[in-house]
Design a protein around this ligand. Structure first.
Ligand SMILES: [Zn+2]
Length: 240
């Protein structure tokens, strides 16, 4: 395991040097943990979000936006994305900026190619491939062969640690690999693994927050949904 960790650190140190898009110096971050420093806010009312949407700022030192026109979201989400990307830049300074796909269009509403992403609370995010790499335009198919488990686990963990995430969608095959990896590498206890990666047939999953669950067509990215307060009403479809 020590050898494996050394290999990862050694190989990831090449990632920044090789990445042609890493020309932007990292803007100084003045807190030790940007995710921990996020204000402890109540989730916003779902119905209030369209009027309060902001566009995710361009931060090429931290992340790449696939389509800036579809980068409108609740500040509850956009602030989380900036803080998480900053946290990853601190934890893995040689890894690539994160690829961020669609959030929502301005004001929300249907978004081509998605069943959700209509309310500024959903975002597609790339996981890391070998040696801390991220892509610049599209999400690569992931598997045991190319998934950077250490870096991708850190990204998922930091998102969940924020207490802002309702769920993260990912293909069950990738979830199973990740769950096995975090247990074998002592990143979590059995109880934590069960909470974060509950089995698909776990009763009342919908009552939970901060967990990862299966969704088809998610072998190449995670879909992150943050919480919002629907006042008890059923919200929107939860598929991608
Ligand atoms: Zn999505």
């Amino acid at each position: 395991m020590i050898a494996a960790a050394f290999w990862w650190i050694a190989s990831s140190s090449q990632a920044g040097a090789l990445g042609p898009w890493r020309d932007d110096p990292l803007v100084a971050i003045d807190v030790a943990s940007p995710v921990d420093a996020l204000p402890d806010l109540e989730a916003p009312r779902c119905s209030s979000i369209p009027r309060a949407m902001v566009t995710l700022e361009q931060r090429p030192d931290l992340y790449t936006l696939v389509n800036p026109a579809n980068a409108w979201g609740s500040p509850f989400l956009t602030d989380l994305l900036v803080a998480t990307a900053e946290e990853m830049a601190i934890l893995l300074p040689e890894a690539d900026p994160i690829l961020i796909g669609d959030i929502s269009r301005r004001g929300g509403g249907p978004l081509y190619g998605h069943l959700t992403h209509n309310l500024g609370i959903d975002v597609d995010v790339g996981l890391y491939t070998t040696a801390g790499r991220q892509q610049i335009a599209s999400f690569p198919e992931l598997g045991k062969r190319n998934l950077d488990f250490e870096a991708s686990w850190l990204l998922i963990k930091k998102l969940l640690d924020s207490d802002r995430v309702e769920f993260i969608l990912l293909d069950q095959g990738i979830i199973d690999m990740m769950r096995t990896w975090v247990l074998e590498n002592d990143r979590v206890t059995e109880a934590e693994a069960e909470r974060i990666f509950p089995k698909p047939n776990t009763p009342r999953l919908w009552d939970r927050n901060s967990y990862v669950r299966n969704a088809a067509n998610h072998r190449d990215h995670i879909h992150v949904r943050v919480r919002c307060d629907s006042g008890g009403a059923a919200l929107v479809a939860t598929e991608p």
